[in-house]
Design a protein around this ligand. Structure first.
Ligand SMILES: NC(=O)c1ccc[n+]([C@@H]2O[C@H](COP(=O)([O-])OP(=O)(O)OC[C@H]3O[C@@H](n4cnc5c(N)ncnc54)[C@H](OP(=O)(O)O)[C@@H]3O)[C@@H](O)[C@H]2O)c1
Length: 170
């Protein structure tokens, strides 16, 4: 189904590959100016080769301050898609280390909060009625074996979505 989003400016995170590369291309083909953020430069380079209007941003969302600095540079945006994430399956719930749990929560949940804070503050300042899309998972509402940090990250994402909607919706 075609959408006409001509003139809209949207940032997508984790756009190097997977779901979000497709989202970035679809938004671009629907008329958006797309800012594509991802950790690894190579996949972003090929994305820009295929769609030269896409603006690449190389950033590791685990680095809160660097990501914030890079997101403050683009013009005020109409939309943000928080997608950057890692799958995490491997250990029984009693065996996950603090380090592994924190890495998944930092990547999948806290990074989305960081990006949302920067982008929405600009939206509010510029009086833009924008949209934020958070990519969650069935794992946010169901438990699956050996996925403790992943299901926690997606359940947290669902609540963060509700909280931002409650506070920013008006
Ligand atoms: N695939 C599924 O079946 C499925 C189902 C439900 C929900 N989801 C959710 O959908 C989202 C995308 O999944 P996917 O399967 O498309 O993932 P993917 O193919 O692994 O792609 C993830 C993208 O995010 C980037 N990324 C990962 N960590 C990053 C970091 N620290 N900083 C910046 N970018 C980072 C990756 O960059 P690199 O190129 O550096 O790796 C990659 O471009 C995730 O949030 C996932 O939880 C996926």
């Amino acid at each position: 189904m075609p959408f006409d989003l001509t003139g809209k400016k949207v940032l997508v995170t984790g756009a190097g590959k997977g779901i979000e590369r497709g989202v970035a291309i679809t938004l671009c083909e629907s008329g958006c100016k797309v800012y594509a953020l991802s950790r690894t430069k190579g996949p972003l380079d090929t994305l820009v080769e295929e769609h030269p209007s896409i603006v690449p941003i190389v950033a590791d969302v685990l680095n809160w301050d660097d990501t914030r600095e890079k997101l403050e540079k683009p013009e005020a945006l109409d939309g943000l898609v928080n997608n950057a994430g890692i799958a995490a399956i491997g250990y029984s719930a009693v065996d996950w280390t603090k380090e592994s749990i924190c890495k998944v929560l930092d990547t999948n949940l806290l990074s989305a909060i960081n990006c949302t804070q920067v982008i929405t503050k600009n939206m509010i300042k510029m009086k833009i009625t924008g949209s934020i899309v958070n990519v969650s998972s069935l794992c946010g509402i169901s438990s699956f074996p050996k996925t403790l940090p992943y299901v926690m990250s997606k359940a947290g994402m669902d609540m963060a979505t509700k909280q931002f909607a409650l506070e920013l919706g008006p």
